[in-house]
Design a binder for this molecule. Structure first.
Ligand code: GDP
Ligand code: MG
Length: 288
């Protein structure tokens, strides 16, 4: 993952023995960030944070510049707040609502999270509340069967909030730990769908609302999150498809601009291809 990004940082930070001024490195660093899908504002912010940590006029060793740059990126990621820990949720049932545009990986992520919870001894039910798209309910039926967790489903076209409500009732009656609610992808222009999403939230009163974003769309993920979800709040983000040729910078723009922590990253299509996002792991992947 992110090999090309690491290679480019390697060219800046490795094999240099002379001391330098940070300002001499700055244009190159900014360019690398921009080509890795970091937004202009976020790239500037990272550079400013790095400069704050370094002397202005004095030349420094390259290692010192690297440390300041790394600390700047850590600061950006940390500024989004800390991640929730699902295993410490103790309300029964805890309700998690998943939102996102069609195709970002919502349904797959729900199956992965259900699998993760099951592996950790938690009992879960899934609500097939994407009743809008043909095939969505069947897809979830297959996935929930593969994981081995129950699915609450109604007919296609029925009220998604009613599905969510039934799943919560199902969990209450059986003392289950989690309800995971799928939802239909949103069209910005479709007011009904926006209202539907608000209604699901109102009815299900989620303990956690997760926005699923696709890393392949890079910088657009941030504007998508802004425009589509300006009316419905969410707590944290899952960034999917990090295993594809995603250039890796989206994490920095998302945390800096949306100020929501990344909870998980999707690293493949399989049920176990979900990783808890870890800033140290990420930085070790992109920096030499
Ligand atoms: N490579 C890869 N593919 C993924 C990942 N997450 C989801 N997908 C694929 O993306 C496509 C859309 O996923 P789906 O869960 O149906 O998206 P939804 O419309 O948001 O529910 C499917 O082909 C998934 O297998 C991921 O982390 N990596
Ligand atoms: Mg879906």
């Amino acid at each position: 993952m992110f090999e090309s990004l690491k290679k480019r940082f390697q060219a800046v930070f490795s094999g240099r023995t002379d001391s330098i001024l940070y300002s001499d490195l700055e244009p190159e660093i900014l360019e690398i960030l921009l080509t890795a899908d970091v937004s202009y504002d976020t790239a500037q912010k990272i550079s400013e944070e790095a400069k704050k940590r370094l002397p202005r006029q004095r030349k420094i060793a390259i290692q010192e510049a690297r440390e300041a740059f790394k600390a700047a990126m850590t600061e950006i990621i940390d500024s989004a707040g800390s991640q929730p820990d699902l295993l410490s949720f103790d309300r029964k049932p805890s309700v998690i609502l998943f939102l996102g545009i069609n195709g970002t990986g919502k349904t797959t992520t729900i199956a992965k999270v259900a699998e993760y919870l099951k592996r950790n001894g938690k009992r879960t039910v899934i609500a097939a509340a994407d009743t809008f798209r043909a095939g969505a309910i069947e897809q979830l039926a297959e996935l929930s069967a593969a994981v081995g967790v129950p699915l609450i489903r109604h007919a296609q076209g029925s009220d998604p909030s009613a599905v969510a409500f039934d799943a919560i009732e199902h969990a209450r009656a059986r003392n289950l730990d989690f309800v995971l609610i799928d939802s239909a992808g949103r069209m910005q222009t479709n007011r009904n769908l926006m209202e539907e999403m608000k209604k699901i939230r109102r009815v299900s009163k989620p303990d956690l609302t997760v926005l699923v974003l696709d890393a392949m769309i890079g910088q657009d993920a941030v504007s998508q999150a802004r425009t589509f979800f300006s009316e419905v709040s969410y707590d944290c983000i899952v960034l999917t498809k990090m295993d594809t040729d995603a250039r890796g910078g989206a994490i920095l723009s998302i945390t800096n601009e949306l100020k929501k922590p990344v909870l998980y990253i999707g690293v493949g299509q399989g049920l176990s291809d979900l990783q808890k996002f870890d800033a140290d792991w990420y930085l070790s992947k992109i920096l030499p």
